[in-house]
Design a protein around this ligand. Structure first.
Ligand code: NAP
Ligand code: HSE
Length: 400
């Protein structure tokens, strides 16, 4: 029987999900695939913290090198949510000949090309299925899609926390902060939830998907971004009267040979596809020139769906199903998100003549709510800057 030792960096929501699935499926792994999987070491920050999923106290450590440099460990699973510290841990693991699996989109997004390069050079696996879409298989299918297709568009609802907040505010009239707290308690939100609600988490996921889909690095700085933190119940109600619901959507597309990429709240028609994706569910759609449009749907966050994706990557390594794919070669299209334009719902306070000059329709005067003519998103953002009292929502009439 093949014995596989795992080292787990981080034992929060996802780390404990990994342990729980291993505990529940231990006999099945042995019987069905002839593999004995054992968690050998676990990195945490606080040894005294009570953990829901119990492990032998001896496995816990405060020193990541006890895992990344440990000769007995075969696969290192990184689940800390850190960025630069996680980079050190992943590089140390790869340099010590370990296959690496992570759910951490922040570190993958920042160091995507470098990790892939090191893993390829060393003939190791670096897999990150859980980093996008939680439990939804999307990374592996996307690598398959790009084998035969030129991707025209990849877009979706990619943040469980934001979708949970928007859905609860819409369906139950719940308050923003109350639902954010619920999302944290349910284990959906990041340790710092501002990265969920400000759009960074969706941007990082979109950066990863876009890079694979368009076969060239599309980095964080090339993607425009706005989040949901300024949206109020009044915006939801006003748009609802017009038959629309708000969704935070990440969208990258090829427009006549130029790549455009943006994360923003979008008011879609009720009854449209994305309007039906609610709660912590996510959905990503991919449009290929041969296969047409494919839709991927499932739990975008949470302990077991995410841990399932992490362990599926581990099984792929153990069963030798997958090696790190090459990306970042093949295409060299210009990325020009600055020119993205649209019609926007804007709520703002006070008399702003510049904003008013873009109005096509005025929905309210106190506070001002306008629907703009077609205008560049960047232009509106420049006028609004970081004003806490202004919300911008794209009005989408297309097929969403
Ligand atoms: P979490 O609950 O905050 O757990 C993080 C764990 O990492 C904790 O056990 C913490 O230790 C440990 N840790 C953090 N920084 C550390 C450091 N510098 N040194 C040692 N240990 C450290 O996070 P999570 O929700 O499990 O998420 C883990 C990763 O998966 C994140 O990258 C997240 O974005 C990603 N992810 C999460 C979900 C989800 O639904 N939660 C879904 C998809 C992807 P202590 O417990 O001792 O504090
Ligand atoms: N915080 C993330 C979310 C976790 O809410 O989608 C899953 O990546």
């Amino acid at each position: 029987m093949k014995k596989v030792h795992l080292g787990v960096l981080g034992y929060g929501t996802v780390g404990q999900g990994v342990a729980k699935i291993i505990q529940e499926r231990y006999e099945q792994f042995k019987e069905m695939i002839d593999v004995d999987i054992e968690i050998k070491k676990v990195l945490v920050r606080d040894l005294s913290k009570e953990r829901e999923i119990k492990l032998d106290e001896k496995v816990f450590t405060l020193d990541y090198k006890e895992i990344t440099e440990n000769d007995e460990i075969d696969i290192v699973i990184e689940l800390t949510g850190e960025i630069d510290k996680a980079y050190d841990m992943i590089v140390s693991a790869l340099n010590n000949g370990k296959d690496v699996v992570t759910a951490n989109k922040a570190v993958v997004s920042k160091y995507f090309e470098e990790f892939t390069c090191i893993a390829k050079e060393k003939d190791l696996n670096f897999l990150y299925e859980a980093s996008v879409g939680g439990g939804i298989p999307i990374i592996k299918p996307l690598y398959d899609i790009v084998k035969l297709n030129r991707v025209k568009r990849v877009r979706g609802i990619m943040n469980g926390t934001c979708n949970y907040i928007l859905s609860k505010m819409t369906e139950e009239g719940s308050g923003y902060l109350d639902v954010l707290k619920e999302a944290q308690e349910l284990g959906y939100a990041e340790a710092d939830p501002s990265s969920d609600v400000n759009g960074d988490d969706t941007l990082r996921k979109l950066r990863i998907l876009s890079t694979i889909a368009f076969k060239q690095p599309i980095i964080e700085d090339e993607i425009l971004m706005d989040g949901i933190s300024k949206i109020k119940a009044s915006d939801i109600k006003l748009l609802e009267k017009n038959g629309r619901v708000i969704k935070l959507i990440g969208d990258t597309w090829n427009e006549d040979g130029t790549i455009k990429s943006i994360v923003q709240p979008v008011a879609v028609f009720k009854g449209s596809y994305f309007s039906s994706v609610n709660g912590a569910f996510n959905s990503i759609t991919v449009e290929g020139d041969m296969v047409g449009e494919l839709k991927f749907y499932g739990s975008g966050a949470g302990m077991l769906p995410t841990a399932n994706a992490v362990l599926t990557d581990c099984l792929d390594i153990i069963l030798e199903n997958q090696k790190t794919e090459t990306h970042g070669v093949g295409c060299d299209l210009e990325v020009k998100s600055d020119t993205i334009s649209g019609k926007f719902y804007i709520r703002y306070e006070g008399d702003n003549k510049e904003l008013a000059s873009y109005a096509d329709e005025v929905l309210s005067e106190s506070p001002y709510v306008i629907i703009t003519k077609e205008v560049e998103f960047k232009k509106i953002k420049q006028i609004v800057s970081d004003d806490e009292n202004t919300a911008i929502i794209r009005i989408e009439d297309g097929d969403y």
